[in-house]
Design a protein around this ligand. Sequence first.
Ligand code: ADP
Ligand code: MG
Length: 566
Amino acid sequence: MEYFQKLRSLLNRTTKRHLLLLVAFSIFVSMVETIGITAIMPLIEITTNFDSIHSNQYYQWLFSFFGFKSDVNFVIIFGLALFGYYIFRGGVNLLYSYVIVNFVQNLYAQTSQRLFKTYISMPYQVFVKKNSSYLTKVILTEAVLMTNVVHAILLMVTECFVIIFLYVFMLIASWKITLIFTVAVMIQMIFLTQTISKRIKRVGVIRAEVQAKFYEIINRLFGNFKHIKLQDKNRLNATSNEFTMEVNRYAKVNVANTYLNSFPRVFLEASGFSMIVLLLITLVYINQSNISYILPTLSLFVLALYRLLPSVNRIIGGYNTLMYHHKSIDIVSEELETSQENLINETVEFKHKIELKNVYFSYQEMLVLENINLTIGKGEKIAFVGESGSGKSTLMDLIIGLCQPNKGEMRIDNVLIDESNLQNWRSQIGYIPQQVYLFDETIKENVCFGRKFDRALLDKVLKQANIFDFLQTKQGIGTLVGEGGIQLSGGQKQRIAIARALYGQPEVLVLDEATSALDDKTEKTIMDEIYKITKNKTLIVIAHRLSTISGCDKIYKVQDGIITQQ
Ligand code: ADP
Ligand code: MG
């Protein structure tokens, strides 16, 4: 029941309404199915025995209502009507499949959009606690699995209606035979869910394990390619043997899974049809004569069984999917609860100063910054120095608004920075980190980073970052950088990152050990350029080399959570 609660929370108003319509449609479809199957009984009755047209009051009524003259005509027209009906039934079924697939895929699109939006607005502090491949998996895989579960539930609902309607008709046609069938099918279903379904569940668990292992080995290979290449022959063989073993196991459990999944259908069909044969023999034995009188009823049962077996099979299949993937509903609804920033885009003007007042910040239990008081005037060049791990980057994250203080406040020109203006403040910052991640695209895409393309500005910032000439020897701004920028050297990547920050023409430029990967000469050229660019702007630099910060007005040392001006 709680799953349904969770599922409901995953659907919005419109989707819920569509779902209701879909259920109504599925009732209609099951009625069409039932009529299609039960209509075969009168057809056989009147084709094999014309007398029945006049002995049965319903046939007689139809006969006189439409003013038929001959029995043959009546039977032929009845047959043609049924013919048309089966085409109609096919159309309805096709439409239903289309509607259902559409609904499910829309639900997927909607859910992954919601996840994406949730993630894009989660606070930075929440993001750093998460694992990015997990987040990727949630958007790409779990959302699909969740929609598969919804699909399975929908199919189960339809099949249940089909079963209910057909069952009622079967009871009306012959409650004795129906009861025998019911008991037999029940026993089989119990048997199947107790044996095969359990096996499938177990195999499913193994499969998930093996798959995870499988991915891990592949990721290890591509993520540490250099290290892998540097291994000796034996370890290299061990690595590939490990993969071989896992991939073989993966194939094996997949065989088991696919095979077991085909089991219920085969089993149900075999037992279903042998049941019919048994029934026939029994009836002949009891009557000690031929049983043509019961032919219409029997054909109803044969057809009903023919339709019911796949139904039962689909319900079992749906049940298995539910067992297999129900966790995805938990995961998706849990992830949608991820805390989000609720930012309003009010403008904050930075004309005079940035102030931190009595700021405290801690990661979980660990106090990183303690009672920080700091004023940075507009146009000032500030440097932070200190041992690695002393809290410089954390302080920077506070200033640029990525982290919020646990205690204390930040003011820009005496305006308190809070949810109302945080977004606007962040957008005034140009940030150059120590670790640069370039995506597998051209220089142009990497520098513009979704902002409007301006050729003149792009050339300008590339020159300022001292990378323009290098790019001219390649394909200019169309140069591809490879995944993570692998086709560039560390220093070149760093310079692209600088160009990316400058492209936004920020009021405040922040360098967090941004030039540490550069050689002294390049660094000096770039820093000179940066000091020149930021002549009327504010610059905050974290660096280890004194030469980097020689142009700064003030130097602060960060140590044991406090800052002291040098
Ligand atoms: P610095 O930039 O001066 O080298 P940081 O500001 O990156 O130092 O880190 C300060 C301290 O906070 C370090 O002890 C580090 O281990 C810890 N720290 C940094 N980021 C996190 C995080 N996301 N979760 C928990 N602790 C962190
Ligand atoms: Mg740092």
